[in-house]
Design a protein around this ligand. Structure first.
Ligand code: F6P
Length: 324
């Protein structure tokens, strides 16, 4: 391998820049060339490439977002789109790539690797922490800290006005963010898709909470949870069945994906970037680098995209005990 392409794809996450920096510098260290591919697979299809050297990634380890931009690309799902991308990579002399992204990005990389026998390596970058084969994805830790800080602020105003807040947090299909920030911010209830609390139990819990002397309450809701369809429906339901509460809703949205990466995410990104490049140089391909028990491990991408992450049920129990 002489020239590695690197790109970010799908939803961005804090730490992606630190991972780009790590890939670029690991290439320089091992005396091979590195090319940045803009806007993920879209840029690959359009030939939007830029050679990177050690200095082109100065001062980005601390920056949120991604300097290479990101996109969700439908064209790469077609054989023609992938062939165009392959031709562009060959023309540029790129003979392997590192993709930093989530599930959808890895599916594309896996198909591409099989189709063209092209060496690829994945770095899991998503705030959702929904990728099998790693305890933590890049950006998850930062998102947890961002969200906890915001919930603390909402609690201030909730408490001043004796209000109940439904706070919707990200996590397309999983409740990792909701469960962890719920415990970290001391939420009274946490609604996640992995556990169906049900509307009746939610009402019981809120009643108990009020009866125990609490004047305000925070309920953290994962965006993928279906207990009450969405947070606005939950608000209506509680207002109707439990008028003792003055209810407000807060949907945190994309602010959860921004901001400077935490130290943990910077270190994780640095380790993953070096591991990904070195694995390619050792002849590995079609794998994702992950961290487990504080060790770097590799999982076939086909397994990473099919596997499911498991919610920490012990944490649910801890939350139930502590919100008494
Ligand atoms: O996968 C990361 C994520 O932020 C999810 O939590 C959320 O459901 C989705 O991306 C939002 O995607 P978009 O930015 O395309 O609206």
């Amino acid at each position: 391998i002489k020239k590695i392409g690197v790109f970010t794809s799908g939803g961005d996450s804090p730490g992606m820049n630190a991972a780009i920096r790590s890939v670029v510098r690991a290439c320089v260290y091992h005396k091979i060339e590195c090319v940045g591919i803009y806007r993920g697979y879209q840029g690959m299809i359009e030939g939007d490439f830029k050679p990177m050297d050690a200095r082109s990634v100065n001062n980005i380890i601390n920056k949120g977002g991604t300097i290479l931009k990101s996109a969700r690309c439908l064209e790469f799902k077609t054989a023609e789109g992938r062939k165009q991308a392959y031709d562009n990579l060959r023309k540029e002399g790129i003979d392997a790539f590192v993709v930093i992204g989530g599930d959808g990005s890895f599916t594309g990389a896996h198909i591409f690797a099989q189709e063209f026998n092209f060496p690829v390596m994945g770095i899991p970058g998503t705030i959702d922490n929904d990728i099998y084969g790693t305890t933590f994805t890049l950006g998850y830790d930062t998102a947890l800290n961002t969200v906890v800080e915001v919930i603390d602020k909402i609690r201030d105003t909730a408490s001043s006005h004796n209000r109940l807040f439904f706070i919707e947090v990200m996590g397309r299909d999983v409740g990792h963010i909701a469960l962890n920030v719920g415990v970290g911010a001391g939420a009274e209830e946490i609604l996640i898709p992995e556990e169906d609390l049900g509307l009746d139990r939610l009402l019981d819990s809120l009643k108990r909470s009020k009866a125990s002397g609490k004047s305000s309450s925070i309920v953290v809701v994962a965006e993928g949870d279906t207990t009450g369809e969405n947070v606005f429906e939950l608000k209506k339901y509680v207002e109707k069945h439990l008028p003792i509460y003055d209810v407000r809703v807060s949907v945190l949205g994309h602010m959860q994906r921004g901001g400077a990466p935490s130290c943990y995410d910077r270190v994780l990104a640095s380790r993953m970037g070096v591991s990904a490049v070195e694995a390619l140089l050792k002849g590995e391909s079609d794998k994702m680098v992950g961290v487990q028990d504080n060790k770097m491990i590799f999982t076939p991408i086909s397994k990473a995209i099919k596997g499911h992450t498991v919610i920490d049920t012990e944490l649910i129990r801890v939350s139930d005990i502590l919100t008494i």
